[in-house]
Ligand binder design. Structure first.
Ligand code: MSP
Length: 498
């Protein structure tokens, strides 16, 4: 089975922040989950390098745009490496093959009469790099997302969106589960209810140099969205359509819900199978962004607490599709309780008890049936949640099982059983159950916390490769390794400068 997933490609006019990191970590968890299930995965992410914002930032930094992009791209790649984001393909829109792909697509649309040349006068949002209309105003004002809005008149090339709208509306009504979460489906349907204006897809080179030249008119470069969206098919060549495209809610309407499917329809290419639309990370109720000075540096947090703890917090705290509020205090709380007390403690006490009471060796033998049923339930709840990319629910199911395992230790009290030689078999069975639980948990958390899963298996002395595909066959027997705390305690407040 093959599985192709993509993320949005980030603008390189600043360094990666928590919002970018969340999306990549989310996609990485889905990719790892699929690999663990046995799928052949291709995970594509990347950067969006063209456009006015990047050109301006490069100018402000006093370097040519390409050098600026090269340098910024390294920050993104380095961030993903440190957060354990294991992508298979990295799209850069300045790549020569990508440019050729965009030009080919433009040529096709031009030849079939889908692009028209005309003079346009209207309001233009500098921040969004697009023409806007009075319909976009809220209470007579331009919303903050548009930044400065100026009056402008210029000739440009336009894509005739309206030509393909009705067919897309009909198709969308057949694809009820095209968007996760479901409530966004209606939002998109509403956006498609009325006729669409032509989409401006070019910029005169006199105003913007930093883009891909139109193959049929060198006086113009391609407008950012047209260039950026096609990264999915250029870097995913031979793999398209994607099984899932992960994006933030701000780029569903119109970019991925209107422009993209209409571009694909016009090109005669298939639509992506699903879109996963996540919410925003906010800081005290405001969207985190570079331009408002409310960005959290994801690496600073991961440095203090470890990449896995950071990944856990993001994937556990945000209910998929909703917004979430970031707080260092909330992070430290989860770190100490869910990770330190629940998971860390379970692993540590399990391995330590095997060493103390069984000389470090778990003998082969049966496990408790009721206990097996609890593991099966966690497993099936996890799978059901991951079907819909609900990482918070998947993690909740696993943590219910972890807490049950800790309760099991308290109830069975191996330290009491160990005092009675006649109860040796019982003691062995309890510890075998526990060690197997820890192994199963390592498999269930692997997609979210890959390093921790590996450390757990090292402590258990399990060397062979285990994954979700061999869930039924997971067994433990043999020599355990050295126990060592997975999540050393951190005092609240020590990360508040982040
Ligand atoms: N370059 C375009 C996307 C082109 S995709 C063909 C873009 N770039 S972006 O850098 O502004 O955003 C990249 C992704 O990060 C988007 O999916 C966006 O929703 C996400 N996030 C940016 N800030 C965010 C938060 N504060 N919270 C969560 N994700 C948000 O748009």
């Amino acid at each position: 089975m093959k599985f192709f997933l993509t993320t949005a490609i980030d603008y390189v006019n600043g360094r990666p922040h928590l919002g970018h990191a969340y999306e990549k970590v989310l996609a990485d968890a889905i990719a790892r989950h699929q690999r663990s299930m046995g799928a052949e995965v291709f995970f594509l992410t990347g950067v969006d390098e063209h456009g006015q914002k990047v050109e301006q930032s490069a100018r402000a930094a006093g370097v040519p745009p390409q050098s600026f992009c090269d340098e910024m791209t390294v920050h993104f790649q380095e961030a993903w490496r440190r957060l354990g984001v294991a992508y298979d393909g990295f799209a850069r829109t300045t790549n020569a093959a990508h440019k050729a792909h965009v030009q080919e697509a433009l040529r096709k649309l031009y030849d079939q009469g889908d692009l028209i040349f005309k003079e346009h006068e209207g309001f233009y949002s500098v921040r969004q790099e697009q023409f806007v209309t009075e319909k976009d105003m809220v209470d007579g004002k331009w919303p903050e997302i548009y930044g400065e809005v100026v009056q402008m008149r210029e000739p440009n090339y336009f894509f005739r969106l309206e030509k393909y709208r009705e067919a897309w509306v009909a198709e969308l009504s057949r694809r009820k589960d095209w968007i996760v979460p479901e409530f966004r489906h209606k939002e998109l349907q509403r956006a498609l209810e009325r006729p669409l204006e032509d989409l401006c897809i070019s910029r005169p080179r006199s105003r913007l140099e930093w883009g891909i030249p139109l193959p049929f008119d060198e006086r113009f470069v391609t407008y950012v969205w047209f260039d950026a969206l096609l990264n999915y098919t250029s870097f995913g060549a031979g793999r398209w359509p994607a099984d899932v495209q992960v994006i933030g809610k701000d780029i569903l309407v119109p970019a991925h819900g209107v422009y993209w499917p209409l571009m694909l329809s016009a090109l005669g290419w298939p639509l992506p199978r699903r879109l996963l639309v996540h919410g925003w990370w906010q800081l005290e109720g405001r969207k985190m962004s570079k331009s408002t000075g409310t960005a959290v540096d994801p690496l600073a947090l991961a440095e203090v607490y470890g990449a896995d703890a950071f990944r856990y917090y993001l994937l556990r705290e945000m209910s998929i599709g909703q917004d979430a509020d970031f707080s260092v205090e909330g992070f430290v709380r989860r770190y100490n309780s869910d990770l330190g007390n629940d998971l860390g403690n379970l692993v540590n006490r399990s391995v330590s008890m095997v060493r103390r009471y069984l000389g470090g060796v778990v003998p082969e033998g049966p496990v408790d049936g009721a206990w097996d049923a609890a593991a099966e339930q966690a497993h099936s709840e996890y799978l059901a949640a991951m079907e819909n990319f609900e990482t918070h629910r998947a993690l909740e199911a696993v943590w219910k099982f972890i807490r049950l395992a800790n309760k099991f230790v308290e109830e069975q009290a191996p330290w009491k059983l160990a005092k009675d030689e006649k109860r040796r078999e019982e003691l062995t069975r309890v510890l075998r159950c526990l060690v197997l639980a820890v192994l199963r948990i390592s498999v269930l958390i692997e997609a979210f916390m890959p390093e921790t899963a590996q450390k757990m298996r090292n402590q258990l002395g399990v060397c062979e490769k285990v994954n979700l595909a061999c869930w039924e066959r997971l067994r433990v027997a043999g020599q355990v390794g050295e126990p060592s705390p997975l999540f050393p305690r951190v005092e609240a407040g020590s990360g508040s400068s982040i």
